[in-house]
Design a protein around this ligand. Structure first.
Ligand code: PLP
Length: 372
């Protein structure tokens, strides 16, 4: 990508190549022992009972909803300030997403007060999203969910390695897509403290079959039954092997991301006082994204063009889901003033472990110049 400072970049090298080569040499590529090792290691660093590796976070969210028995007629509280997958998973399950506004510019998580106002007798679950890696107050949401008699689900796509993630919810789903804090190219993980949920998800990720291909290959089983409607949401040995390598470096990378975020905050305060940064330096985070809010009178595309001309990639996290043409058609008349104002002014700046302090300084200097 030339000399562009990219928005995000995976850290990949010899250890990943070696791990992949070893899987190829082993002759067994589909879900087997390495997948199980990856699950165990992932559960361990999150201090949870167990984990199930899946083909993506989207698949994981879908399976969580199915495993909890959420379906047609049920309402699920969701943010609109998220990646479309959070909402689509609810639609796959046949349930109805109910969009909830964010708290404020400073705390762009869904608002508890707004969530409470949207509860009906059909509300069955709430999905929170750890936006940019900034952790939602899990204790607060768990007690809200208990009070309202709801399932509490975490979209933890941005928060692998986040302290307490998956500990107090009914289940959490993580993403290993290439731009996330750790990657397997494509892939995801579900964690839960409820062994029945884990069991159902483990079965449903592979067509509800009672034996694995590996078991039959090894002669542990000759046939199988299908006990529930499942899917092919499996991951494979190659991805699991890569995931194990990446997982070992996750906490180091998350620390680096937090350090860079701190540097960003310091330079921004000095050089771009008109820019607001959500949350604060003390907020627990896996620092997945570096979001900033431009002053209201600034044309965002001009700033993004100027950054691009200076070799700096930027993005928008996110266009609000309730504004997409498909979702707008299905759910018209959704009005979320805080989300809309946030999404109009948000830009995300480059953030990944390979950046240095000098890169951050360069980005902020160029932003200062672009703002004029
Ligand atoms: C990336 C992402 C997902 C989807 O992850 P996949 O693994 O690509 O399915 C879901 N939710 C959020 C918030 C994401 O950023």
């Amino acid at each position: 990508m030339g000399n562009m400072i990219s928005l995000s970049e995976p850290v990949l090298g010899e250890p990943e190549k070696d791990a992949l080569a070893r899987v190829i040499d082993s002759g067994w590529l589909t879900m087997g022992q390495r997948v199980r090792e990856f699950e165990t290691a992932f559960a361990e660093i999150h201090d949870v009972e167990d984990a199930v590796a899946v083909s993506s976070c989207t698949a994981g969210l879908h399976l969580i909803l199915e495993a909890l028995g959420i379906g047609p007629g049920d309402e699920v509280l969701v943010p609109s300030l998220t990646f479309v997958a959070t909402v689509n998973a609810v639609l796959y399950a046949g349930a109805t997403p109910v969009f909830v506004d964010i708290e404020s510019d400073k705390i762009p998580h869904i608002s508890l007060k707004a969530a409470e106002d949207k509860c009906t007798e059909r509300t069955r679950a709430v999905i929170v999203m750890h936006y940019g890696g900034y952790l939602v107050d899990i204790t607060k949401w768990r007690s809200f969910a208990d009070r309202q008699n709801l399932y509490f689900i975490e979209d933890a796509a941005h928060a692998p390695g986040g302290k307490g993630v998956g500990l107090s919810s009914h289940a959490a789903a993580f993403s290993f897509f290439t731009n996330k804090n750790m990657t397997t190219a494509e892939g995801g993980m579900v964690v839960s403290q409820d062994s029945d949920v884990i069991k159902r998800i483990r079965s449903m990720r592979s067509h509800g079959m009672t034996s694995l291909t590996l078991d039959r290959y090894k002669g542990h089983a000759y046939s199988y039954d299908v006990t529930t409607l499942g899917y092919n949401y499996r991951i494979d040995e190659l991805r699991a092997a890569m995931g194990l390598v990446q997982l070992a470096r996750l906490s180091e990378w998350n620390r680096k991301r937090r350090e860079l975020t701190h540097v960003y905050r310091t330079f921004l305060k000095d050089l771009c006082p008109g820019v607001t940064v959500p949350f604060d330096d003390e907020w627990p985070t896996t620092a997945h994204l570096m979001p900033i809010l431009l002053p209201g009178d600034i044309k965002r595309t001009d700033i993004m063009d100027k950054l691009r001309a200076a070799g700096i990639q930027s993005s928008i996290h996110y266009p609000p889901v309730h504004g997409f043409s498909y979702h707008k058609k299905r759910f018209p008349n959704v009005i979320l003033p805080e989300t809309e104002s946030y999404c109009d002014r948000i830009i995300t700046l480059p953030l990944h472990p390979a950046l240095g302090r000098n890169d951050v300084e360069y980005v902020v200097t160029r932003l200062n110049r672009a703002l004029g």
